[in-house]
Write a new protein. Sequence first.
Length: 343
Amino acid sequence: MLVLGIETSCDETGLALYDSGRGLLAHALHSQVAMHEAYGGVVPELASRDHIRRVVPLTESVLREARLSLGDLDGIAYTQGPGLAGALLVGASIANGLGFALGIPVLGVHHLEGHLLSPLLALPRPAFPFVALLVSGGHSQLYAVGGVGDYALLGDTQDDAAGEAFDKTAKLLGLPYPGGPALSRLAERGRRGVFALPRPMKASGDLNMSFSGLKTAVRTLVRDTPPGMQRDADIAREFEDAITDVLVAKSLAALDTAGLSRLVVAGGVGANRTLRERLTDAVAARGGEVFYPDLQFCTDNGAMIALVGALRLERGVVQDYAFGVRPRWELASLARPESHASG
């Protein structure tokens, strides 16, 4: 089954072609970072307008790259939510319009399900079941994943997500937008042990997380210490270590709770090198294995939407062409399939 995937949930326009038999055939991505940089964050109306400009040319680009045409498509998948309502409507309307014109099935995909299953785009692919750590700008969650559509929430953030804490801390340090990657680069020059920040909820006895207090502690540290580039690098180093300590501890506890040895890490923060190294070593020491998406698929992209669309369309999950979007949509609310893989 050949599926076109369309991702327009926020500030990146992603298009991709995924074939059930041959895998990912082509993908293209346009980032709006440069446009939103002047505002220090995403401006929803500007994001929507830019998606309108980009979707059709990017669709043509991936079809050319794969040497295919619209007539070769077996289905279309688009991000239905969560995300910015206006941005979501761009992808939804184009997907359903194309699907209606071509007479092929169209499916709205949960954005977080795309992230959760994105490691399936890489080799080796993780087998079900596994525990998934989903860490992005808006979410820090742990799931027990039994199969496609079978997601049980184990732990959630109580306030700021890890990625959000990265961005807010970067702003406190005067780093450019987007702040998370800039903070990680700065942390590479920092010294460990110069400052001490809390590890919120690391020993809470449950799998929930909280990072708002960590951000507040950084604000206090910035206010009470002499400014300087090395100080900022040392704070960045300690902040990244604090986030990583919590995420590693919670992930190991989630594996114990679920009785599993496979961990999948997805979302933008999953690209963080320190987190990858620490998680890989900690899980390997217990005889387990960690799976990550390729770095290019950690952030929003069309490939993960096309993948989920193919997996679900193969199972007969379709909708009619009367569409809507779901800016707020809990992943755990997805219906479980009648059967799923195990192992």
